[in-house]
Design a protein around this ligand. Structure first.
Ligand SMILES: [Zn+2]
Length: 370
């Protein structure tokens, strides 16, 4: 007998009346006290590799001893995934509103002083369950608003409903042209050494509309409030965004490596019963505030010289910009550098750019983790 089920969840309707649906896989654990996990992939249309990782994970989960329940949602944004133009997939922004699909999630943190006063008498387990229920209720309230809800918000809230049921949330993305990197909340720094991911961005207690933040921020806010009242608490939920290489790419072997990393993390957290060592590799981290964008000082055609994932000293070549319209002048070809030592993490996918295009994102002031 298999240990999983597949359901189809409706997340919207097209003009023709066709339903937008996503597949929801549920693997049942044996221990109701073990952490519950929610994993989704492909909310940005071109970022398909997370689906391959979910596929590899499910192949392993069929064979492994599961303690906690695991819910997996590949192909989480059908509208974005099917938004093709020529040979490329767009699917980063809702085409109607222009909003990034990964900025539609909602901060559902209640008014903490009121909520705390009403619930502080509860024992820890019930206190946590009541807080989770308040997040779920707010989610339902927004979805059921008599004023309706935008297409993008409906998708986000539908996904968020499943995420708030979990103790561990993994949102699988990729960069444009990118090395693997992890967004990790500061309070669970130890997780950075478990995934098969070399570059780690340490996130502060702030909310910007992404899935990982929607999952961890209300719990981090609650924890800080409880601690400010002289009590002890650690956040009951942890959430991460895993950026698994470049967009428009499926690599099953690489997916198997990332599957191992996720299993090492899940084994460490008691979700699966298995002895899986994290991969030995050089890992680097920096604070999110030190993850800097480099914008092109001019328009032109770009040769990307710095390889994502390889440390680059200040003054070493980053990009070369070609301007065929300026042949014979000093602007015909220019090499640009960064003023600080860095690790380039990702660069823009296209070789033609406007002035001001975000060419690279780089880690600065980084430290070695392992
Ligand atoms: Zn993404």
């Amino acid at each position: 007998m298999s240990n999983w089920t597949r359901n189809t969840k409706k997340i919207g309707e097209l003009a023709t009346g066709h339903e937008l649906t996503i597949p929801v896989y549920r693997f049942a654990g044996t221990d109701s006290n073990a952490p519950r996990v929610y994993i989704q992939a492909n909310v940005h249309g071109a970022e398909v590799q997370g689906n391959a990782v979910i596929f590899q994970l499910m192949k392993q989960l069929e064979k492994l001893e599961l303690q906690g329940d695991i819910t997996l949602v590949p192909l989480a944004n059908p509208l974005g995934i099917n938004q093709k133009s020529g040979e490329f997939t767009l699917g980063r922004f809702d085409p109607i509103t222009g909003v990034n699909w990964n900025r539609e999630y909602q901060d559902l943190t209640p008014s903490l002083s009121d909520w705390f006063e009403a619930h502080k008498h509860l024992p820890t387990e019930q206190f946590i369950a009541a807080y989770r229920q308040s997040l779920l209720n707010s989610c339902h309230q927004q979805l059921d608003s008599p004023w309706g809800v935008t297409t993008g918000r409906r998708l986000a809230l539908s996904l968020q409903l499943m995420a708030h049921e979990a103790d561990i949330v993994l949102d699988l993305h990729t960069g444009p042209k990118s090395c693997k990197h992890l967004y990790c909340p500061e309070y669970t720094r130890d997780a950075a050494g478990l995934f098969s991911i070399p570059c780690v961005l340490m996130m502060p207690n702030e909310f910007g509309g992404a899935m990982d933040e929607a999952a961890f921020y209300p719990w981090w806010q609650l924890t800080d409030y409880v601690v400010s009242r002289g009590m002890t608490m650690t956040p009951a939920v942890e959430a991460y965004t895993l950026e698994l290489g470049s967009q428009e790419r499926i690599d099953m072997q690489d997916a198997a490596d990332d599957c191992e990393g996720i299993l090492a993390f899940l084994a460490n957290r008691g979700v699966i019963k298995a002895d899986i060592e994290p991969k030995a590799m050089a890992r680097y981290s920096c604070a999110l505030a030190d993850y800097r964008k480099f914008h092109s000082p001019m328009g032109g055609l770009v040769e990307y010289l710095a390889a994502p994932g390889t440390p680059l000293s200040a003054g070493e070549p980053l990009v070369r910009i070609l301007r065929p319209d300026r042949f014979g002048e000093s602007e015909q070809q220019q090499t640009l550098c960064l003023p600080e030592d860095s690790i380039p993490v990702l660069h823009f996918a296209s070789a033609s750019v406007y002035q001001g295009t975000e060419l690279y994102k780089v880690m600065t002031k980084y430290t070695r983790l392992s």
